[in-house]
Design a protein around this ligand. Structure first.
Ligand code: NAD
Length: 547
């Protein structure tokens, strides 16, 4: 006798409505009998391969990327295993749909396409009851939480509660790219209102239609959330995502040494960018210590990357003061220099002694950087004169246009290659197709933190690390750079082929586990084989047999 014989009729329906258990038409004859499914499904039992073929065909028939997104999300809500099978098998094709750039569009239209909550919406009206809200989540073993307050969604600004698409998308990548089990993932939207007037006035807006909470009331609300997570999901790591930059830096500094947390915009971006810069040395020659980095954008991404470069330079024996001198930032008011009186605290370590410089072109001419990093969210700001100047100053200029989504990229791949006669070493935050110039095909890499955060998160889970440190992102960057092959570099690509992402993530995770053990932060003894240990934690999108 099995549990199945005790099942009531509703169980079959409940099973079909549970995305983590549902197999759709793949339930076998025996399962249909045992689980109360007889008659609830069309008679033909199909294999997962047949289901996958049908689904990818349906995805491709959708007229727009947003339709593809909606189709895939409804599949995820119905049958998560099949969703991840499709995404893993067609990652290169589908990542731009479930993540940047399409997820940006999806957030902008979130109120229209919203069907089912895929995570928790916790509004400040829930203050005092946040632990209760967390307990309403159906899965107990939550290990990775991605939380946003929707204030700075990609480069699109304040999208309030519609920013929920980002935690959902990021956690999909944790599962697809690193095998973190979907049942261990929890997307959270902290709804503190929005300063986006158009949203507030939109009758279809799904969030709290009031101005953003600020000051001590905001801090208390976030604090209650962080404490509630410790109480309800004590093994969970909290990834702060797409917060506005005053809150992002403050919250990171407040919590990084107290709970298991990191900020992907600051630290994950830094990891992937440093990896690209390390890989670029194999094309340019030299070491990081003899390079100069100029950033357009002095926010979370810019300062986060600069901080990690400083750490990498210090590991090469450069003093902190000299290392900082190699990183220069330009913000909307021009070059960040000491004499400026308008600088936010996070920019001050990079405010060097220099005469004021009004714009990026003048800064390129004055500083002669070897690499230009775009993290401003301002499209087409790497203009032809700027890119050409980089090409004049450097034999192989490194140009990273990292702003997302594609519509916000500082320049396109085509522009970077054309304006430098194909000499640019280029990567972008959102993908660009390969570009052919004078008979040579240039494949630009996607300098996107999705190469780093899934592996770091998996490593944190697999080591039960108490904290997530800067050094973990440094080892992640070195590991990622070491996985770039000569073939990748030959086409100009600074990152490994996306199809290898699960392998890449497992290596990053193993490096993070090793680091956690060495630094005394791990909650486990040292495993004999780090990689095998990590792989045992990786969930595979395969159906389980119920009978
Ligand atoms: P942020 O708001 O913290 O910082 C933006 C910075 O750009 C600010 O310093 C601002 O002063 C500056 N800026 C704005 N307008 C400018 C102008 N006209 N000229 C020069 N500087 C200007 O945002 P962030 O988190 O740093 O993100 C910035 C961009 O980077 C976004 O588009 C985001 O999508 C992208 N990003 C990409 C990745 C990736 O993995 N590729 C990761 C994180 C962020």
């Amino acid at each position: 006798m099995t549990i199945a014989s005790e099942l009531k009729g509703e169980y079959g329906v409940a099973l079909l409505h549970d995305p983590l258990l549902n197999k759709g038409t793949s339930f076998t004859e025996a399962e249909r009998d045992m689980l109360g499914l007889r008659g609830l499904l069309p008679p033909k039992v199909t294999t997962m391969e047949q289901q996958s073929a049908r689904v990818i065909n349906n995805v491709r028939r959708q007229p727009t990327d947003l339709d593809k997104y909606s189709y895939l999300i409804s599949l995820q809500e119905r049958n998560a295993t099949l969703f991840y099978r499709i995404v893993v098998d067609h990652l290169f094709e589908l990542m731009p749909i479930i993540y940047t750039p399409t997820v940006g569009l999806a957030c902008q239209k979130y109120a229209l396409i919203f069907r089912r909550p895929q995570g928790l919406f916790i509004s400040y009206r829930d203050k005092g009851r946040i632990a209760q809200a967390l307990r309403n989540w159906p899965n107990d073993d939550v290990r990775m939480i991605v939380v946003t307050d929707g204030e700075r969604i990609l480069g699109l600004g304040d999208l309030g509660a519609c920013g929920m698409g980002i935690p959902v998308g990021k956690l999909s990548l944790y599962t697809a790219c690193a095998g973190v089990a979907p049942s261990q993932c929890l997307p959270v939207m902290l709804d503190v209102g929005t300063n986006n007037k158009a949203l507030r006035e939109d009758p279809l807006y799904i969030g709290v239609g009031e101005e953003r909470l600020r000051g001590p009331a905001y801090d208390e609300f976030v604090h209650e959330f962080v404490e509630a997570v410790q109480e309800v999901f004590p093994k969970a790591c909290i990834q702060f995502e797409d917060f506005g930059n005053t809150n992002a830096f403050r919250l990171l500094h407040k919590y990084r040494d107290k709970v298991c947390t990191f900020n992907d915009d600051i630290q994950g971006t830094a990891g992937v960018t440093l990896a690209g810069l390390i890989a670029s040395l194999r094309l340019t020659g030299g070491t990081l210590a003899d390079k100069k980095f100029l950033f357009l954008g002095a926010g979370e991404a810019g300062v986060g990357i600069a901080d990690l470069i400083v750490r990498a330079l210090m590991a090469e024996g450069v003093s902190e003061a000299v290392a900082r001198q190699q990183c220069w930032l330009v913000d909307s008011q021009g070059l960040v220099v000491k004499s400026r009186t308008d600088l936010a605290e996070h920019k001050i370590p990079y405010a060097h002694d220099h005469a004021p410089v009004p714009d990026l072109l003048a800064a390129v001419e004055a500083l002669k950087p070897t690499a230009l990093v775009g993290v401003s969210g301002q499209p087409q700001t790497f203009t032809e004169p700027i890119v050409k100047a980089m090409g004049r100053i450097n034999e192989r200029p490194v140009i990273l246009a990292l702003s997302n989504p594609t519509s916000k990229a500082e320049c396109t791949a085509e522009q970077a290659y054309t304006w430098t006669d194909g000499r640019a070493i280029f990567a972008s935050g959102s993908p660009f197709p390969p570009f052919e110039l004078n008979g040579k095909t240039h494949v630009s890499g996607q300098g996107n933190n999705s190469y780093v955060f899934p592996g770091v998160g998996l490593g944190v889970i697999a080591s039960s690390a108490r904290h997530v440190t800067e050094e973990m992102f440094f080892v992640a960057a070195k590991t990622l750079a070491s996985l770039v092959t000569e073939d990748d570099l030959k086409t100009g690509c600074l990152y490994p082929d996306l199809q290898r992402i699960r392998e890449v993530s497992s290596h990053i995770a193993a490096a993070v586990v090793e680091n956690a053990i060495e630094t005394g932060l791990a909650g486990i003894p040292r495993p004999r084989d780090l990689l095998a240990h990590v792989r045992r934690h990786m969930w595979e999108p395969k159906y389980k047999d119920y009978v």
